[in-house]
Design a protein. Structure first.
Length: 583
């Protein structure tokens, strides 16, 4: 018979495992719901309301796999913040009965689950989703979902063999002994090497995207916040290029509209004539009859697609010309009224479109108009003080991040414990992971999340990946799969990225610490040097003049007396050229 103590220990272990499983399942359900709402906001509804039930079923399965992958990506982003905050909570409440569920075993289990699901999604689920949507079944086979499933399985199997073979060849070139061992033990040698290659690619991608994103965060934040209202100077027929004029307008916070009011860019019909005019430039008619015949031919060549593109681009072109809150809201109200009339009458000015598409577009425009109205009702304190404070906060967080990396570079030269390493048994609640206690831990969490947001901004700002940028209600399923792959690569590399840069001292748990290149001092040291150098270069290039000018204008310092050459521009020159102040 077993001792009562052994039974109680086994029961306690069983209850702990059940509790951890329930917590993980509840957390995953919450992440899955949030991910589904995000993907639903961006997906193109026409791909899921098609008449072909087979294609609709395949698209739904692929959408579920993408939602699963996105939830895993969010979980990977939250790994380090949750671990750091859990340690601080246990330090603050060491004997609390309500915090007994929060322990090292739960955190370690979360790390292992995220590692398993991230690699499963990257290696199997997302390639399966892509090939499943592109497959049609083998030639001669009966059409259906099962035929497409068989073709996808075969293609995925062949792709797996190809990838494994390429990685084995690469390992043989670098280290012949490891290549031989990988043939005998796939799980212990081969897969960790494959994981190391994937993680190294993700960390290198973060190295390229994060500095660019840190410099772009200022302009992105500026578009989200309500700036102090600007004045506009309307150019007439000829644009003014005099240096004194430009300096005066800049010092007095006056934006210049580069095109006059009669510009064809403000009218789609005139824009059609502009297109025809460019075509006529290369044609030399001999008489009026030949000119009329040429115009008639070119008019009939105008396609329905061209008209549709012109109509769809109207809000974007007007917003580019009139970057003002009032004007943008007027454009949104105009477009909302136009769509409302089209929905009521059932017809469109240029083309006949699906009523469901019009309804979704109407709801999007209505939501944007409401958001613009909220921004317009912002108080003067929010408008004149919130924007400069946000810019200063971004600048402070970015500078702190760079200083921490520079300190870590020096630390790597004198302290071996600064190297990133794995940890099998996390001891939470023993000591803080920051020398500044809970405040330092909170700063670490903010910096980690800020770096992740910056990397995403930099990724979509890069010219190589602008085509993947999602658009509300207009993102194809293939683009959704590509975005999920990109976000998964970035998010799964975030823990290694943060520990390598010294943002946190929380060591990597589970298989995240088994990457082969983590113990290489030269790689880690060079990585920190490159990140600090690239980030500093981007900040100097972006902030030296741009943010300095924005902060000076936001605080009203531009109104202080300046040099005579800048402040004595005759006012009659501006009045003669159509100065208009919009409040």
């Amino acid at each position: 018979m077993e001792a009562p103590e052994d039974v109680s220990v086994r029961e306690q272990l069983f209850h702990d495992r059940v509790r951890e499983t329930i917590i993980c399942v509840l957390l995953f359900i919450c992440l899955y719901i949030v991910s589904y709402l995000v993907i639903t906001h961006y997906k193109r509804n026409a791909e899921f309301t098609i008449d072909n039930s087979e294609d609709a079923t395949v698209n739904k399965i692929a959408l579920w796999l993408c939602t699963f992958t996105l939830s895993v990506s969010v979980g990977a982003v939250l790994l380090l913040p949750l671990s750091i905050l859990s340690n601080e909570v246990l330090l603050s409440f060491p004997q609390s009965y309500y915090m007994q569920w929060l322990n090292g075993s739960l955190i370690h289990g979360l790390w292992n689950i995220v590692f398993l699901f991230s690699n499963l999604s990257l290696v199997f689920l997302l390639p399966f989703a892509y090939f499943f949507t592109e497959s049609e079944g083998f030639a001669g086979s009966k059409k259906g979902v099962m035929a497409r499933l068989y073709e996808t399985a075969v293609v995925l199997f062949l792709l797996t063999l190809l990838v494994l073979g390429m990685v084995w060849v690469a390992s043989a070139i670098l280290d012949d002994n490891m290549a031989r061992q990988s043939l005998y033990d796939l799980w212990e040698y081969y897969l960790p090497y494959l994981y190391s290659c994937i993680s190294l690619f993700g960390v290198l991608l973060l190295l390229l995207c994060t500095p660019l994103g840190l410099s772009r965060m200022f302009s992105v934040t500026g578009r989200l916040l309500v700036k102090p209202r600007d004045s506009f100077f309307q150019q007439d027929n000829a644009c003014h290029t005099a240096r004194s004029m430009k300096v005066w307008l800049e010092d007095h916070q006056i934006k210049t509209l580069s095109r006059p009011a009669q510009s064809p860019d403000l009218n789609p019909f005139e824009n059609l004539w502009n297109v025809m005019k460019r075509k006529m430039d290369g044609h030399k008619p001999l008489n009026k009859a030949e000119l009329l015949e040429f115009l008639r031919q070119e008019w009939h060549k105008v396609t329905q697609h061209q008209c549709e593109r012109l109509v769809e681009s109207m809000p974007r072109r007007m917003k580019a010309l009139l970057e003002d809150l009032d004007e943008t809201m007027s454009c949104a109200e105009f477009e909302e009224a136009s769509l409302s009339r089209n929905l009521t009458s059932g017809t469109s000015l240029w083309i006949n479109v699906n009523a469901e598409v019009l309804r979704n577009r109407f709801l999007n425009i209505q939501a944007r108009r409401i958001a613009l109205e909220i921004r317009k009702r912002a108080s003067p304190w929010q408008r004149n003080l919130g924007y400069p404070l946000a810019m200063l906060l971004l600048l402070a967080v970015t500078v702190v991040c760079v200083l921490i990396v520079c300190y870590h570079v020096v630390e790597l030269l004198f302290d071996d414990t600064a190297m990133p390493r794995g940890m099998e048994d996390p001891l939470l609640g023993a000591a803080s992971f920051s020398m500044f206690g809970s405040l330092g831990a909170a700063v670490q969490v903010i910096l980690i999340l800020y770096l992740m947001i910056s990397s995403v901004v930099g990724f979509y700002s890069s010219p190589l990946f602008t085509g993947l940028r999602p658009r509300a209600q207009d993102t194809t399923l293939t683009q959704i799969i590509g975005n999920c792959v990109s976000l998964l690569v970035l998010s799964s590399a975030l823990p290694v990225f943060s520990r390598t840069l010294g943002i946190t001292r929380f060591d990597l748990l589970g298989d995240f610490g088994r990457y082969n290149w983590l113990g290489n001092f030269h790689i880690v040291f060079l990585y920190n040097i490159l990140f600090a150098g690239l980030t500093s270069a981007c900040l100097i290039n972006t902030l030296t003049w741009t943010v300095q000018r924005e902060l000076i204008r936001a605080f009203g310092l531009h109104k202080l007396p300046s040099t005579v050459s800048r402040s004595t521009i005759p006012l009659r020159l501006l009045l003669a050229n159509g100065l208009s102040k919009i409040q």
